[in-house]
Design a protein. Structure first.
Length: 173
């Protein structure tokens, strides 16, 4: 068995570090772990494919999928595509926000657009708020969720819990 090449290790590290930049600040300093039944890296195209119960973790972030494809160009992470039945993603964006959990048939991460796009019976939950649709898009920079249903009659569902308000201070007569 040949040891993995330095380029392969560098490519994996580069590809996995970028999508995690939106997670907890301390997550960025945590090691990245990838497990899969098999993997392949084409150094000419910069495409690596991992198959078979793929698990990627770094700090609070965890992605599980059947297959993960990572695209690198000029040693820069471009995008990642994960598929599964379903593919699952969870992470805590900041210490003061609840964990985000997502599940769908396909999860795409677009670095330039800083977006996570979930499609195929997508469900995104943060705390008690839930967003479902055929496609759910989470804008990491703007902290905006967009959803759409399938076809002309497709429906989306949002369930947003009311925020608790601080009780009014009792006035003294």
């Amino acid at each position: 068995m040949n040891p993995p090449s330095v380029k392969f290790g560098l490519a994996v590290a580069l590809t996995l570090a970028a999508p995690l930049a939106a997670a907890l600040p301390e997550d960025r300093t945590q090691p990245i772990h990838l497990e899969a039944s098999r993997g392949q890296l084409d150094q000419k195209t910069g495409i690596s494919v991992y198959e078979g119960n793929v698990v990627i973790t770094q700090g609070s972030m965890r992605l599980t999928a059947d297959t993960v494809t990572i695209y690198v160009k000029d040693n820069n992470f471009q995008r990642m595509e994960a598929t599964g039945a379903p593919a699952n993603l969870r992470y805590r964006p900041t210490a003061d926000k609840p964990e985000i959990q997502g599940a769908s048939q396909r999860v795409e991460y677009d670095v330039a657009g800083a977006k996570v796009i979930m499609s195929g019976s997508a469900r995104l939950t943060q705390g008690q708020d839930t967003f479902t649709g055929e496609r759910v898009e989470y804008d990491l920079k703007g902290d905006v969720v967009r959803a759409r249903g399938a076809g002309d009659n497709g429906r989306i569902q949002f369930t947003i819990q009311p925020r608790t308000q601080e009780p009014a201070t009792a006035r003294k007569p």
